[in-house]
Ligand binder design. Sequence first.
Ligand code: ADP
Ligand code: MG
Length: 574
Amino acid sequence: MRRALPFFGLFGAALLLPLFSNDYWAVIGARAAVYWILVGGLNLVVGYGGQLAIGYVALLTLGAYTSAVLVAKFGVDPFVSYGAAGLVGAVAGVVVGLPALRLRTFYFAMTTLGFATIVTQVALAWQSVTGGGIGIGGPELPKPFDSPWGFYLFALALAAFVTWLSSNVAQSRFGRALVAVRDAEVAAEAVGISKPHLLTTVFLFAGACAGVAGGLFATLQSYITPEAFSFDLSVTFFIAILVGGRGSILGPLIGNIILTLLPEFAAPLVAWSTFLYAALLLGIVLAMPGGIAAMIDFKNRRPLASNRAILPNPALISGHGTARGDIVLKNVVLAFGGVRAIDGLDMTIRPGEVHGLIGPNGSGKTTTLNVISGYYAPQEGEAFLGASPLPHGAPRARAALGIARTFQTPRLIGEASVLENVMIGATIEGNASFVESVFSLPRHHRDEKHLTAKAMQALATVGLERLAEVRADRLQHSELRFMEIARALILNPAFILLDEPAAGLSGDEIKRLGELIKAMAAQGIGVLLVEHHADLIFDICDHVTVLNLGKELASGSPADIRAHKEVVSAYLGG
Ligand code: ADP
Ligand code: MG
């Protein structure tokens, strides 16, 4: 609730505006509201999803012409025409967005710009419908919305509605998944998040917002020509989000208000407006890379205790997925070019056991883990779960099979809280659909309650519950390693694959980690432990495989390995 206070404050101030200003400000205010209806949706794409959609003015254009043409040529009710504009916007949003599934960063940005150019050119050329360069009248609303303040209040209500919708998305598993795709795509895949589904859904939503904004824009302008939809406008939307800060709603909302008002105060400098925007952007990005959102994030400026110890509570590990059998590698071969990273490996990981995988750097440990978790398809041989082969090249499918993992370099979402980072691990457990989350329906609340409770339990298990609300990028390296383990445990996995979890940990921390891993196995989880620390391996493993140049050098109980001549001379340095 406290998070909503600033929004109510802004809304209250906006409601009071008519009491002490003139009609001119009604138009400016309505413009800010209409822009926000677009920017609020776009924020999910750009600020949360990290997709550089800079040509969103195209959707505003489409929405505006849909609305204007339907009303002017077909006599459709203006409110109905807004709905139609939303539908057109949703479809076009997906069309504009689809390249994002293949193209990254500025390549995608260019396609959105290209789309904007095409839409403008079509609007210009298709004279019989759009009026071409001469333009077309925008829809006129009936009383009481036909006055400047009437329209202002109508647009304000819709803007508030979009704020509510988009913050519902942001605070759902969909919003967290978007940020995960933005900051840690590989980890997102490993927990079962489908980027194509997720982005398509969000493009639909953002497109619909932009389409409706277009319809309102046509009314606001009362007359539209293709020139009204300039590239500058598109850049303004984008900059509002950058200035506001990624992964925030309040920040971009304030950014949007500032950027709408700026030209009014800088009217004498109108020739300089592009320069002013650029200077503002540069200033904010240099002074405060996190934008307005970081500036007002007071909670995360409080210093953290400096001597905080991680005290896991292994007894809290409870429940785990039932394994569908052992994980079995049969004669797996995987070569990168000429390097045979894995060269005919056989291995069996059993539920309830800790299986250590050791070997010198470059011996193929991480590659083995990546084959099991689906990132690489073996060129020969096969990985099985029980009797069925694990699907190749489908890391996303592993979470549903109960296989969770951590990474040699922690993959975190730095700008999200520790709690959110862990909740991402159980994204596939949510039941509420996107629509249920957008409208904050009961199933969405049950999901959130369930996932929050599970994440807190997982954090308590690894000993990080006191840091739940802290931004993940403020954590120490060792804490991040435990956070990743919590993200894997929240799934109640049948198997957990740990890639050098003890790297960078202190002696005490390694001991506690060992107890935690032993407790996982005692609960029935099958653990694959890739490690460098021989002590830890020999302390807690039931079975050890030693790799060298992608081949098994030795395999057996810790005692067998310790007695193995070649291993001792080549690897243990004894
Ligand atoms: P480890 O984890 O045991 O240190 P890796 O499995 O990371 O070793 O690497 C095994 C070998 O495969 C190394 O020679 C490494 O250079 C090579 N390798 C790993 N991943 C790739 C890749 N994506 N492309 C090319 N070579 C790779
Ligand atoms: Mg490795």
